[in-house]
Design a protein around this ligand. Sequence first.
Ligand code: NCD
Length: 304
Amino acid sequence: MVSTRQSLLSIENLTLNDVEDLFKRATFLETAFQNGAAVRRNRVVALLFAEPSTRTRVSFEMAAHRLGLQTVVCDNPATSSLAKGESLADTVLNVAAMQPDLLVIRYNKDEATDSILKELKFPVINAGTGTQEHPTQALLDAYTIKKCRGQVSGEKVLFLGDVVHSRVANSNRKLLALLGAEVAYCGPDSLTPAKDSLWQDVKRFSGLNEGLAWASVLMGLRMQKERHIGIAVTQAQVQNYQVNAKNLISLRADGIIMHPGPVLWREEFADEVAQDPRYRVLDQVTNGVFIRAALMSKLLNIEV
Ligand code: NCD
């Protein structure tokens, strides 16, 4: 149970009740923000981003400010002491010594940092670790599915592309299982999950059209090229799995098209996908503010 003052480091920290409570809070906060209400003031959220981010960082800040929280952001490794050779674990210890009320952190998972995060006296939110976890993205994705499709349970969610290296897909797979959705994936052979991977028992479609015909939710993913060490993915393979107006005919009329961003146009999605009436990518971004506000309000025990 994620209760007051606990952390969200992994989807495994969540129960079904937690997710339902977060969705309820997000819906309430959506109205409260539209009415201009600030819920509480003067607490400080530290945002430490040791890997690039646009949506996640900005939406955490936006959500914090909407709740009346202050933020301090350290998001440029090149201008922090990380560039001088300080370890991330030491950086975390130093930020923690300044006693923020909450820490939001994105980093490339390492054991020293993980064990420090578990000992901190204030809550921590994982804003993306390596290829492993991105729990708040999974929450905002499930919330978007619920809002657009009416429910998550029973939905058929197809992940397209680089599932092996996607922390978004990894967290989504766990949360969607908790919420009763079915998951499948489709992508180039060179990115097929290994036999001992967490994806080994998940349904795979080798053809994109076949996958699209099965799905009620399509989730495009970016090729995580920065993580393709020793793996060759050719442009032809990428194009083979590109979603476009022609193959989108296979996706049901009331299905939805999602993507955690950043979308690399003309790689996973052809340009015209943005004009498809089923395209919900910016709704995900909007919902990210409500979900992150819901989570921060819950961890800081802010009444909503
Ligand atoms: C993703 C990430 O950083 O994991 N983006 C996001 O947080 N919305 C996906 C990606 O980088 O491809």
